[in-house]
Design a protein around this ligand. Structure first.
Ligand code: ADP
Ligand code: MG
Length: 919
């Protein structure tokens, strides 16, 4: 379209579209946000609204509009469809416009920079990330690459930066923070983005100028004077700078507080990433946390997912619960986000862990204090987001009132904590600054129950401002005069039916019915003729009316002005309020941990011990779902490999995760679900779940499994805890076994990490014999009343194949066959190397397992596909002299989930051959 030929309004629209070319522009026209032409077609389709036609001097074109009042829900739809939305508001009153009303983009709504309460999902953080990379020339990683990662939640002001040496390390951090949007410059290509960030995150390619080191240094400097010292590299600096520039950009090019409303000049500087504003644009960003991932227990993306820390996976077809949910006894949004952050980054420093434990311990013991704190904390609003809104000039009177209510809670919290014994709680009490000046200022100014609008009065209290009170008095006085007018005019004219009324168009009037028109005095001026009456005004009435109007208008304006002054005053204290918010968040998180500990029987672990010694440990999530959860102990020296065997559904996966979750909780500073626990400090938790076991997670290739294993072999240390769950099942039995064994040996010999290895490969139980620091554990299956029962109690030694016979028995295999199987087993055992034993280096365990009896690694305890609990799934007729045990074992070994049709055919012919042979 030729801009010359467009109407002024459309050319304004296209100008904005060009400037915000990566966004869909919503263009305010009165009560609607309009879109035109192609954008209109998109909007109409996505938002399911009517596509209309607009006609002007230049022709007809499509148009689609969404109501300004309910814009948020449509914007949400557009975001979900992968769009960024630039909201262009009218920034001058149509009445004052000479020509086309001026419009400017006041915000760009993107998934990672949401601030609208209606669009933010719940209390959780919503991060936007920025990534920059440099060649590390002088750093420790000589010749390597150095990544700078910055993470910002614009709704709360939480801002983090860290440096990482590889994309997979970036992916680990991204796995903890789960950014919904990622900002990158040209130095990060699409492959790198895909490797480092979750696929759901929107990728925003942003101006390379913003990533320039000098521009970034200047911009970061306007926000955080000391950033030069805290940030460790140019890559970090560049990521932070670009992220700030992008956050400024999404605030739009127009800022009310820049004075644009008054002088009509639209401030565009926020659009140019090279132009750094002299004053921080996002003034509520007061704190940049630079952290080193090595200060925290590293939970990589795979571990976060498989331990279900934040998101439940849908294993066994049931919708689950995440660890974050079962420990979330927080009372307010601040605490919930804090607790999530603690869980995201468990500590390594035993002093810091002990400080949290001390506080939790005191709150566990002192029930009354805990409950009173919880009760008061429930009245705390999300003041982090509130302060951010205040600073952006988007808070209304209700927001300030909410801030006031929250500040009013603080003295109570301090009171409750006055008798706190331990130092951590005392210190916390000191951090609870009541910010009384702000509270009092709000209370003095803002009405108790103000309306959401700011420009229509009712916001400021009486007695706050003399000028305002006078104006309101004039207004009241005028209204009273009018109220009394009806009576006095009735008396004067003698017309009892005379009425004084008001309507939008004509204002105040005096109404006289037709039969009484004779009585109308001379100064009455006719305004309107109705069916049975006439309406009049008088000069005195008009004068009063004007007086009221003027007073009302000036009062409303004055209220808005007073409110904005107050809001600025509050914004100036943002840093103190944020510090208070941080203290409240800590307190709420600690109270929550104490509540969980008290209500679910957790105990205080010793962190920093020289072994993993857990008594009566439970899985914090599974125990809530199981009617009777069977506690299990753990006693392992660091560096031990524990090979855990047992049939499907016996509890292997649950147990391993339970050990890891106990370690995670302990390093969060929480108490743990156990009767007693001593734990070393774990630097990283790795979990790898064999491909066949992780279909729900959508990672089903053997390649992925091996990539993940390779990561562990490279990155694990003697202080790491590694969970390997059925690793090696993604390929043929022989391969898988060989790999699993080689991986385990490497972890044992070279790495020295503590490893829990759950497996069906009974051959692996032989590791205990070969490796000095390997032990066998198993989950037995027993049979009761014809049913195979899993007791879920961990036993020393390796699993035997005996439950396979029990399964056959339960399935109705004739008694004589079962008896014969038992007999054979007993003989094998007697021939074998002895009974299973828990001691390290014990060679037992393999003697009675399926390998010894079948010869082809049948892993007899793992009934195929049936889930192991459905006896009907195994049905073998025991007639004649067939080698039934052999057949059962062979069949049992078939892992249907991992069998190709060809393998199945081969297996079938093999079975057939066995049958023929034995006849
Ligand atoms: P495996 O990994 O051996 O196949 P899982 O760990 O997946 O077995 O456990 C199977 C099911 O058994 C779980 O979903 C859980 O409901 C139950 N379960 C596991 N451990 C216990 C336990 N200690 N006490 C009670 N039920 C348990
Ligand atoms: Mg399992």
């Amino acid at each position: 379209m030729d801009p010359e030929e467009l109407t002024p309004m459309l050319s304004q629209y296209y100008e904005l579209c060009a400037r915000y070319e990566d966004s869909l522009v919503l263009f305010q026209v009165g009560d609607f946000y309009e879109t035109f032409c192609a954008a209109a077609e998109t909007t109409a389709r996505l938002c399911e609204i009517t596509l209309t036609k607009r006609e002007d001097s230049t022709g007809r074109y499509p148009m689609a509009g969404i109501p300004v009042d309910s814009a948020e829900s449509y914007i949400e739809t557009l975001l979900d469809a992968g769009y960024r939305v630039a909201v262009a508001d009218q920034v001058e009153a149509p009445a004052e416009a000479s020509g086309c009303v001026e419009r400017a983009v006041t915000r760009v709504v993107t998934p990672g920079t949401l601030t609208e309460a209606a669009l933010l999902r719940g209390a959780d953080n919503n991060f936007v990330a920025a990534l920059a990379v440099d060649d590390d020339t002088d750093g420790p990683l000589d010749g390597g690459r150095e990544y700078g990662l910055a993470l910002l939640d614009v709704s709360t002001g939480d801002f983090y930066a860290t440096g990482l040496a590889s994309l997979s390390a970036v992916a680990d951090e991204a796995g903890r923070f789960v950014p919904s949007e990622v900002v990158v410059g040209p130095d990060i290509d699409d492959d790198a983005v895909a490797e480092a960030f979750p696929a759901e995150a929107m990728v925003t390619r942003y101006d390379s100028v913003a990533f320039d080191a000098d521009v970034a240094r200047e911009r970061v400097g306007t926000y955080f004077a000391d950033a030069g010292e805290t940030l460790a590299s140019d890559a970090e600096l560049r990521a932070c700078g670009a992220l700030l520039a992008y956050a400024e950009y999404t605030r739009g090019g127009y800022h009310e507080d820049a004075g644009a409303v008054d002088d009509g000049a639209v401030d565009e500087s926020g659009l140019d990433p090279a132009e750094v504003p002299a004053e921080p644009r996002l003034s509520y960003l007061n704190h940049l946390t630079r952290y080193d991932p090595r200060e925290y227990m590293l939970l990589d993306a795979v571990a976060v997912r498989s331990l279900e820390l934040f998101e439940p996976r849908h294993v066994h077809g049931a919708a689950g619960t995440a660890l974050a949910d079962v420990i979330d006894e927080t009372a307010c949004a601040l605490g919930r986000r804090e607790l999530t952050d603690w869980l995201r980054r468990p500590l390594l420093d035993t002093d810091r862990i002990a400080a949290r434990q001390d506080a939790v311990g005191e709150l566990v013991r002192d029930v009354r204090t805990r409950e009173r704190l919880h009760e008061r904390l429930a009245d705390v609003y999300d003041i982090e987001r509130l302060v951010a809104r205040v600073s952006r000039g988007r808070a209304n009177a209700r927001d300030l009132r909410s801030l006031h209510e929250t500040l009013a809670v603080v003295p109570d919290l301090r009171d409750v904590l006055v008798d706190a014994e331990g130092e951590p709680l005392q210190r916390l009490r000191e951090r609870l600054d009541p910010v009384a000046d702000v509270r009092e200022a709000i209370d003095a100014a803002v009405a108790e129950d103000p309306p959401p609008e700011l420009t229509e009065g009712g916001v400021i209290r009486k007695g706050y401002d003399e000028r305002l009170d006078e104006l309101r008095a004039t207004e009241r006085e005028g209204k009273r005069w009018i109220d009394e007018l009806e009576a006095s005019e009735r008396e004067r004219t003698g017309v009892d039916s005379l009425k004084v009324g008001h309507n939008q168009v004509h204002g105040y009037y005096i109404e006289v019915t037709d039969p009484n028109l004779d009585a109308v005095p001379d100064e009455y001026q006719r305004r309107q003729t109705l069916k049975n009456s006439e309406r009049f005004v008088t000069p005195a009435l008009k004068e009063r009316e004007d007086e009221i109007l003027r007073a009302t208008e000036r009062a409303d304006d004055l209220e808005y002005e007073l409110f904005r002054d107050l809001r600025d005053e509050v914004a100036a204290e943002a840093e103190r309020i944020q510090a208070l918010a941080a203290a409240v968040a800590d307190l709420d998180a600690l109270v929550a941990l104490a509540t969980v500990a008290a209500e679910h029987g957790y105990t205080r672990p010793t962190v920093g011990a020289d072994r993993f010694a857990i008594e009566g440990g439970r899985h914090p999530v599974v125990e809530r779902a199981e009617e009777r959860f069977v506690p299990n102990g753990t006693d392992l020296d660091p560096g031990t490999i524990a090979v855990i065997t047992g049939p499907n559904m016996s509890g292997k996966s649950t147990y391993m995760r339970q050990v890891a979750l106990v370690c995670v909780l302990a390093q969060v500073g929480s108490f743990v679900p156990a009767t007693a626990a001593q734990l070393p400090v774990v630097d990283r938790v790795f979990t790898r779940v064999g491909a066949s076991d992780d279909i729900a997670g959508g990672r089903s290739t053997f390649m992925v499994e091996m990539t993940e294993v390779a990561d562990i072999l490279r990155a694990a240390t003697p202080r790491s805890l590694v969970l390997l769950d059925e690793v090696g099942r993604g390929t043929s039995t022989a391969d898988g076994f060989a790999l699993a064994r080689a991986v385990t040996e490497h972890l044992h010999d070279e790495v020295g990490a503590t490893v829990l290895f759950a497996t069906h490969h009974h051959d692996l139980t032989g590791l205990a014999a070969d490796l000095p620091d390997a032990v066998n554990r198993h989950f037995p299956a027993t049979e009761r009343d014809g049913e195979v029962v899993f007791r879920h109690d961990l036993q020393p030694g390796a699993a035997t194949a005996s439950y396979g016979v029990e399964v056959a028995d339960a399935a109705g295999v004739p008694e004589s066959v079962v008896a014969r199987a038992h007999e054979l087993l007993a003989r094998e055992t007697a021939d074998g190397a002895g009974q299973p034993d828990e001691s390290a280096g014990d060679a037992g365990g393999s003697g009675r397992d399926g390998t010894a009896s079948g010869g082809t690694a049948p892993a007899a305890g793992d009934p195929p596909a049936s889930g192991g609990t459905d006896p009907a799934a195994v049905s073998v007729s025991g007639d004649g002299g067939h080698d039934v045990e052999r057949l059962v074992a062979e069949l049992d070994a078939v892992d249907l989930g991992n069998t190709t049709p060809l393998e199945a055919l081969n297996r079938l012919s093999e079975l057939k051959r066995l049958l023929d042979e034995s006849e």
